[in-house]
Design a protein around this ligand. Structure first.
Ligand code: FPP
Length: 241
């Protein structure tokens, strides 16, 4: 067990660099994604071991649908296989599994596997592992605003005042992350330094950590090192200490 001070409750990772990892080795891009699944496993184990309660992963953005069809297909198959293959592992280790994002764009068999995995692990509480799939921060904010307006207008067609009175706390409950604490730490691998439309609302006060390591090489030690870096950060939330 690692001895780390001030362990973040929610760690989120923008997994980047699979394609470059593969190219460096003269392999197809998809080989990088396959190896990236091993990093998902290693970081999940490390998160459980370190006492992190939520680990979320940006696996596929709304923009990623624009990649070549064979790469999209490979990624979706990897998600499908991982969900089927890891269910018993999740159950053995007390992991609650969730997929969040625009699920209307996913295929029926993938959606069915997600439902099985989510309902099968819903009672677990040691670690919540969230995979953001077909997700983008702007999409999330838009769908939340639309659903909020629909709810208000359904009960009160002249609900203009109530719509205008909405505050951030009420709005949180309409985002796909309702009930999940905002990420304390967002890690992006592969040396890129941007958020790429990820958790734009929820990440308002997240600590950001950019690692040069490519995702397929980001394993237990890199994850633990990131937690140690976080433990030295001074979070002030816009206030003075
Ligand atoms: C970014 O690398 C990575 C992705 C778009 C896909 C990440 C997905 C996985 C590792 C599979 C996840 C599986 C589960 C079960 C969660 P890139 O392709 O953008 O790399 P590049 O920037 O080097 O081209």
């Amino acid at each position: 067990m690692e001895n780390i001070d001030n362990v973040p409750v929610h760690v989120s990772i923008i997994m980047d660099g699979n394609g470059r990892w593969a190219r460096e080795k003269g392999l197809e891009r998809t080989a990088g994604h396959v190896e990236g699944v091993e990093s998902v496993r290693a970081c999940t184990e490390a998160a459980v071991e370190c006492g992190v309660k939520y680990l979320s992963l940006y696996a596929f953005s709304e923009e990623n649908w624009g990649r070549p069809q064979d790469e999209v297909d490979t990624l979706m198959q990897l998600m499908f296989k991982s969900m089927i293959g890891e269910l018993s592992n999740f159950l053995d280790n007390g992991i609650r599994f969730m997929v969040l994002g625009n699920r209307t764009r996913l295929g029926d068999s993938l959606n069915a596997a997600i439902d099985d995995c989510m309902s099968g692990t819903a009672g677990n509480s040691r670690l919540t592992l969230i995979v953001f799939l077909s997700y983008s921060g702007k999409w999330d904010i838009m769908q939340a605003a639309r659903r909020y307006a629909e709810d208000v207008l359904a009960s009160d067609p002249a609900g203009r005042e109530r719509l205008l009175a909405m505050g951030p706390d009420g709005f949180d409950g309409y985002l796909v992350t309702a009930g999940i604490p905002d990420p304390d730490l967002i890690i992006r691998t592969s040396g890129e330094m941007r958020l790429s439309n990820y958790l734009l609302w929820q990440g308002a006060y997240s600590e950001l950590l950019f690692s040069d390591v490519l995702w397929p090489d980001f394993r237990r030690q890199e994850f633990v090192d990131a937690l140690r870096t976080y433990s030295k950060r001074d979070r002030r939330y816009g206030k003075v200490k």
